[in-house]
Design a protein around this ligand. Sequence first.
Ligand code: EPZ
Length: 421
Amino acid sequence: MDKMVVEGGVPLAGTVTVSGAKNAALPIVAAALLAEGDHVVRNVPDLADVRTMGRLLTHMACEVGRGQDRRTVTVRVPRTVKPEAPYDLVRTMRASVVVLGPLVARWGQARVSLPGGCAIGARPIDQHLKGLAALGAELTLQHGYVEARAPRGRLQGATFVFDGQTVTGTENVMMAAALAEGRTLLGNCAREPEVVDLAEALNGMGARVQGAGTAEIRIEGVERLRPLSHAVIPDRIEAGTLLVAGALPGNDVTVKGCELSHLEALLEKLQQAGASIAPVAGGLRVVGGGRPRPADVKTAPFPGFPTDMQAQMMVLLALADGSSVVTETVFENRYMHVLELRRLGADISVDGKVAVVKGVPTLSGAPVMASDLRASAALVLAGLAAQGTTEVRRVYHLDRGYERLEEKLVPLGARIRRVAA
Ligand code: EPZ
């Protein structure tokens, strides 16, 4: 099991390019199940989670390949698939649940393991199931699996309003509705850029999806879809993580390939914290300058401040000249990184959803343990800012969502290396 060793206190400077978005690539690759044939998805990051999705489709009798450029994924979907997502794969990646909608819509049945618990929260899938049931799917839970089937061989268009905004829930039901008979109206939908990218990929397959990116999505079901040919959007969370690195004191980083409109809530908070941000050709330049200023942050569904940036932003606020209040509203247990940041000398107290971050002048390096994907990215950032050596253990969490992050940071001057623990 690898660990990351970071020698901190070295100013970062230079340009780094963002990879494709994990959280768009996963549902888009799963959308291949909606149509027989040869699918091509470009700008796909080479990540552990994407490989897991590949193994899942292979288990269903699809042929999954990667192009020479390591950025193109090909999927050959045969005439018949094995519509099953086994526990051993689903337990390693909750997002596997997005195969459920395509399978029941295209093949009339599916057997998908319930995703287990998660470090950041309970994360039920009740909204996914309620949405599919609204489209006429019959669902039973047996032996840890969701057994789903379309009793009339095909799902039926319907109106469904999500109780709460859910990203993969919206994606699952939207994909199912693409092949349902008639019109579907979805309300209180997630508006994340990844939902929009999936809708565009579906429309490229011949689907008729309108309104993605708003709270209301309208889908006119079609008989069949043609194979995918789509390029995935840039990863706004990877971009955000690199922008926070640039906003740390003394740094000057240009992030290329990111989409400005996906980052507004984060950019506003980075500017409040004193970073100077300027658009440049093909990206954004962020300069950290001196000690950050405090800023209150409240996470919310898009276009609000992304929960997937909360931990990274907390690192910047931990060095601020004053106190900040961070409120996590999306997940009920997303402060695992706080205990580890305290080991580096941060002064953070947590009470339920609210964390009070009292800024300290410096952090000092120490061995720390990653608990989940974004927490691990925050610990790497904290190690870069801290004096001395930080060892981040369990970096397998990091590799789920960052494509060899250390290889992107070293050209900026970071002293970071991966070591087999
Ligand atoms: C997606 O997860 C992302 N994952 C997460 O990113 C991200 O944190 C999250 O959206 C919120 O932005 C992918 O896209 C693969 P939700 P998802 O359903 O879809 C509750 C990362 O770091 N809920 O929008 O699973 C749920 O418990 C990951 O890349 C229900 O109650 O999140 C949570 O509190 C981590 N019932 C809230 O809604 C449901 O049926 C939002 O969850 C579904 C969700």
